[in-house]
Ligand binder design. Structure first.
Ligand SMILES: Cc1ncc(COP(=O)(O)O)c(C=O)c1O
Length: 376
């Protein structure tokens, strides 16, 4: 494709990608240096052994800062796994769901559908306590819309629905959690809003997130898991066991050293921004710039219902598909890339993860107003 015409001051364009998403500039610059020589060792991060002292430090710092950001209680392990969030669609039930056991699923979007589908490999008795297909996944349900039948061994939810652009949230953008039966652990796919706002880890039994949106790059999956859930309910191959990864501190085999190192840099960056309160404030402001346009220019139609609007993935359409295509093409010429919605939903999607700059949101809002004027 021809390069976009307008660029930012740094020479890059605004990358609205839903994942892998944009990274903080200072993280990329640091990684550039460390590729050649990390910590004056004369060896780059890509070439260090995962048993070497340099990597011991990288891993220890990554875990320490991850714990600091999330105020993770001592009875939770932080793991860096592989296989993406998708692997957790079978790894979680493999470890937690006994044969013919029951787990309940809150199906709020495309990825939550995939998680629900995969549970059937382990048990035919699972059920959906909420099925959002009928409402085109336009919102996350109220407690009154969630129906638990048999007592589940866990409830699965996805806090941010990357494709439909919805999020479990309160009016102030803080995390809203569903009601779960007393004492039942909540298992959460937090892939697309991990560490984008404050939350209470102790409300969850297990959290996982593919790193490539808010906490790093593809290659590692961050997991925060409560100690009592580590032991598998069945005999499993070694690499599938949470307790093995916990005991071996996420290096039972050769881990994705660079991906974990990069998450470590992102954690440092989040702390430098002022932690989760600060990034959340910035994310609210950024999303507000674009939602203001959706609310004031009737040319556009947002997919998410107002109370479930995602602060991470903002989905909208023009009046026709032809105009959607034109919008994406013209935005690209104006230095804004990756705005095409997911193939399953169409329209546009602007992903504004932690590292995405407010200037990019302003540029998009200005372009949206101008495009609507010309084509409305
Ligand atoms: C919420 C959510 N869950 C799961 C996935 C799948 O992640 P992975 O590609 O790491 O398997 C994605 C990817 O976009 C996602 O957004």
């Amino acid at each position: 494709m021809t390069p976009a015409v307008k660029q930012t001051a740094s020479g890059r364009i605004f990358n609205f990608s839903a994942g892998p998403g944009c990274l903080p500039e200072e993280v990329i610059r640091q990684a550039q240096q460390d590729l050649w020589d990390i910590d004056g060792t004369g060896i780059g991060i890509l070439e260090h052994s995962h048993r070497a002292k340099t990597y011991d430090k990288v891993l220890a710092e990554a875990e320490e800062n991850c714990r600091k950001i999330g105020s993770i209680p001592a009875n939770y392990k932080v793991l860096f796994l592989t296989g993406g969030a998708t692997t957790q669609n079978f790894m979680v039930p493999a470890n937690l769901l006994p044969d013919e056991g029951v787990a309940a699923f809150l199906t709020t979007g495309y990825w939550a559908e995939k998680t629900w589908d995969e549970s059937k490999v382990y048990s035919g008795k699972c059920y959906e306590a909420w099925d959002g297909r009928g409402v085109k996944h336009a919102y996350c349900p109220a407690d009154s819309e969630i129906t638990y039948r048999d007592r589940p061994v866990y409830v699965h939810m996805c806090t941010n629905n990357t494709i439909y652009g919805t999020q479990w949230r309160n009016a102030d953008g803080s995390m809203r959690l569903p009601r779960v039966p007393d004492g039942v652990p909540l298992v959460c796919d937090m892939s697309s809003d991990m560490y984008s706002r404050p939350f209470d880890v102790s409300k969850f039994g297990l959290i996982y997130a593919g790193a490539q949106k808010n906490v790093g790059i593809a290659g590692t999956t961050l997991m925060i898991v409560r100690d009592d859930l580590l032991k598998p309910v069945r005999k499993l191959p070694t690499m599938l066991r949470f307790d093995v990864h916990a005991k071996d501190q996420s290096r039972h085999n050769t881990p994705p050293v660079f991906a974990i190192y990069l998450s470590g840099l992102v954690f440092k960056w989040i702390l430098k921004q002022g932690g989760l309160e600060a990034v959340h404030k910035a994310n609210m402001a950024k999303a507000g710039i674009i939602y203001d346009v959706l609310d004031s220019v009737p040319f556009y139609k947002g997919h998410a219902r107002g109370d479930s609007r995602s602060l991470m993935n903002l989905t909208f359409r023009c009046p026709t598909e032809q105009l959607d295509d034109l919008f994406v093409k013209e935005a690209f010429k104006n230095g804004m890339d990756q705005l095409k919605g997911h193939r399953s939903t169409g329209g546009m999607r602007a992903s504004t993860y932690n590292a995405f700059p407010a200037d990019g949101c302003r540029a998009l809002a200005e372009f949206m107003r101008e495009f609507a004027k010309r084509n409305g």
